[in-house]
Design a protein around this ligand. Sequence first.
Ligand SMILES: NCc1[nH]cc(CCC(=O)O)c1CC(=O)O
Length: 337
Amino acid sequence: MVQNSPSRLVIASRESRLAMWQAEHVRDRLTLLYPQCDVKIVGMTTRGDQILDRTLSKVGGKGLFVKELEVAMAEGRADLAVHCLKDMPMELPEGFAMAAVMEREDARDAFVSIDYASLDELPPGAMVGTSSLRRQALIAARYPQLVIKPLRGNLDTRLAKLDRGEYAAIILAAAGLKRLGLAERIRSLLSPETSLPAPGQGTLAIEIPERDDGLDLVALLAPLHHAHSALVSIAERKVSQVFGGSCQIPLASYATIDGDQMHLRAMVATPDGTRMISAEARGPAADAEALGLQVAELLRVQDAEGILAACLSEAAQADDDARSAELAASAAGKSAV
Ligand SMILES: NCc1[nH]cc(CCC(=O)O)c1CC(=O)O
């Protein structure tokens, strides 16, 4: 039943250590499945990798990390790309499809620190590093005595900033740390009750170009597809999509499956955590999308849109500030980027 494999497949990847690990992981699985196929990885830098001096929520722009990979696929220089599902836009650009959702790793957020074992141990005023508005809102609501400071860069950069003493602790996705063999840096895992994960966190997805060259990539990648993980991702991402699918808003959405039943929980907040609403629902896992819509509706009747409008105007203000700073800097003869 294994379909005829091509003699060669090319995976487009960002060059960060995590992206490369993920591409290599898929390459190794494909090589095992199709030993006669030569699977290669081409590394490339994206705009998202280049902009390091502003928080991602301020840079904005969907697909900041995927554009260059998509160009390579559209031009036939690559056949597939491996992404963290969390970073993928809700709707792929015309001409691309999601071919497989892989088995989810740990979806939780991890607490990483030299001196402290958990958020509860941090003294008042301690600096916690994260650039995720979701993590920021959740921590601010529960631990108002802590100070949240933006943290950007790839995993190694973030850990180096912690090690240099710039933060008392940082919050990272457990999945990324585990993939890079850095699980021993995790001091504790945040329960979904403390830090409800982002839609798709811990899950890898494979994007392909819709090409008409007779190669059925979906069938080829089917052994890498994980049905449960795909169902929870549909429910989680639906909630996000209803509210615009932006990463400029603090939104969490996390589903689990027990037997054939799905449990979906979601949360929307203001970045400072002062307003926060939650909703949850249970239903057949097969109705993942309907469950997502149901939870989104439960959030909507609690004025999710009002909360999000406040976030977006704040983000627009921050953008304006960043742009003014950029203009002022370039007027002074130096680039802010
Ligand atoms: N936005 C960055 C990003 N995208 C995916 C992961 C982690 C791995 C995953 O969720 O699959 C991370 C890093 C982080 O949140 O610490």
